[in-house]
Design a protein around this ligand. Structure first.
Ligand SMILES: CC(=O)N[C@H]1[C@@H](OP(=O)(O)OP(=O)(O)OC[C@H]2O[C@@H](n3ccc(=O)[nH]c3=O)[C@H](O)[C@@H]2O)O[C@H](CO)[C@@H](O)[C@@H]1O
Ligand SMILES: C=C(OP(=O)(O)O)C(=O)O
Length: 451
């Protein structure tokens, strides 16, 4: 742990321009989808993050040859040898990511059986997989839970089904999509998640030959097809990373342009950003023409000076305010005048990181009650899932240990906004979802170094 530390000298506004590439929460799923094709797939703008490495390793073990394409960030997946692969080493990936659960459908289609090692991912509550398993059973799979992982088989193949999710889970919706596309017959999924990353995954599957209808009211209908081919796809940019840098600009009274950030996928964040008092400008992409090199679009975010305003927000499924946006934004809210309220309704235990902010001088109280307008699943269930942030607070340096990805980025922002020198331990976790974050910090003029 001691060499996994970043020394951060706070108090300097972040100023400059960075770029975001393909979304962590799409790219890893797109990589799994390549398993379903009977010919190679090609994915562009793949960020160099740990989750991509983990899925690349898993695909390799399952016989998918993954190679770097000609363009920086391009990966090519050749699934020709899936049937003959030996997966003896699969447990080396136990505990490293949540993505292995999404291999169920594709492996059942290709092999008739699947072994899924223990899942990893962020420690932000219990994170059950009951919806996934229930859906797989509805398709006709048998699921055997053993201490070393899940053993699945589909002795009679997979068949389309009518299924309603108890909650619009992103992962469970992806599970159904990746399974239904090649199941025999029609699948109707109700209460599906409709995050932009899901829609992008649907675009990929459609490119592969799938037939998927997205109806109103969270209903998705999939008509199974016997065969899919490879895809070529440029994924949507990472809207969580873009919002994280926006929050960093606000918290440090800086000015950051995020190339690649897309307004349409960030509307809810942009509304809150403006309500807090942050300013932004959307710049459109101008394609190159003769005598004009063109310009890559993005969004410029800045602190206009003066005081920030307190706000009340609830995290929610799309099109609500993303749960992964709240941790970075809360750091900026410690600098707003008045009482801000954050009601976390997606994960029951995603506010633990506020203790570290309090150790730096923030004034954040967490409550078991639903403090937002809507009572949520976690009310009266003893989970501290609402926060009241009183500001503005002068943040001072501290020694911090990163608990998970987004909380980790919020610790980093707090250290950059604070006066004095902080030591942030466990920063390697941030590489799970933020490409080259140390180089980006340097580009933005942050004073941070490895000791
Ligand atoms: C790799 C990836 O894409 N991760 C994202 C994905 O996680 P992930 O797909 O794991 O999150 P889900 O949308 O599935 O989880 C939402 C809620 O549903 C619950 N649930 C989920 C599945 C299940 O079988 N049973 C169950 O109870 C969860 O505990 C949670 O309370 O969506 C989350 C919500 O936008 C984001 O925070 C994560 O960054
Ligand atoms: C919770 C997250 O990711 P994962 O689902 O991969 O743990 C995240 O990206 O913040």
């Amino acid at each position: 742990m001691t060499d996994d530390v970043l020394v951060v000298h706070g108090g300097t506004p972040l100023e400059g321009r960075i770029r975001v590439r393909g979304a962590k929460n799409l790219v890893s799923k797109a990589m799994v989808a390549a398993l379903l094709g009977d010919s190679p797939s090609r994915l562009f703008d793949v960020p160099k993050i740990r989750d991509v490495e983990v899925v690349r390793g898993l695909l390799g073990l399952h016989g998918v040859k993954v190679t770097d394409g000609a363009e920086d960030g391009e990966l090519v997946f050749d699934p020709a040898n899936v049937e003959s692969a030996s997966t003896d080493q699969i447990n080396v990936h136990a505990g490293s990511s949540r993505i292995p659960i999404l291999f169920c459908g594709p492996l059942l289609h290709r092999l008739g059986h699947a072994f899924i090692p223990d899942l990893g991912g962020c420690h932000i509550g219990p994170r059950p997989i009951d919806f996934h398993l229930q859906a797989l059973r509805e398709f006709g799979a048998t699921v055997d839970k053993r201490p070393e992982g899940l053993h699945l088989s589909a002795p009679n193949g997979l068949h389309g089904t009518k299924f309603a999710l108890p909650y619009p889970s992103v992962g469970a919706t992806e599970q159904v999509l990746l399974t239904a596309v090649m199941a025999e017959g029609v699948t109707e999924l109700r209460n599906a998640a409709v995050e932009p990353e899901i829609i992008d995954l649907i675009c990929i599957l459609q490119k592969m030959g799938a037939i998927i209808k997205v109806h109103t009211d969270r209903v998705i209908e999939i008509q199974g097809v016997p065969k899919l081919h490879g895809y070529t796809h440029r994924p949507i940019p990472d809207r969580i990373e873009a919002a994280s840098w926006a929050a960093a600009a606000l918290a440090t009274r800086g000015h950051v342009e995020v190339l690649g950030a897309q307004q349409a996928d960030m509307m809810t964040f942009l509304n809150i950003f403006r309500s807090v008092g942050g300013e932004y400008e959307v710049t459109d992409t101008r394609p190159p023409k003769l005598g004009d090199p063109g310009q890559e679009g993005g969004i410029r975010f800045w602190h206009p000076g003066g005081e920030l305003n307190a706000v009340a927000l609830e995290t929610d499924v799309h099109p609500g305010f993303m749960t992964d946006w709240q941790q970075p934004l809360v750091v900026a809210l410690t600098q707003a005048r008045g009482l801000s309220i954050v009601h976390e309704t997606v994960y029951e235990q995603r506010l633990g990181y506020t203790e570290a902010l309090n150790s730096m001088g923030a004034n954040i109280q967490v409550y078991r009650d639903c403090l937002g307008g809507t009572p949520c699943r976690f009310g009266r269930r003893n989970f501290k899932h609402s926060a009241v942030i009183a500001g503005p607070s002068k943040l001072h340096a501290a020694d911090l240990v990163i608990p998970d990805l987004r909380a980790g980025f919020s610790h980093l922002i707090a250290a950059l906004a604070a006066e004095g020198t902080s030591r942030v331990y466990g920063v390697d976790l941030i590489n799970r979802g933020y490409e080259d974050f140390e180089a980006k910090l340097a580009d933005l003029g942050a004073h941070a170094e490895r000791p």
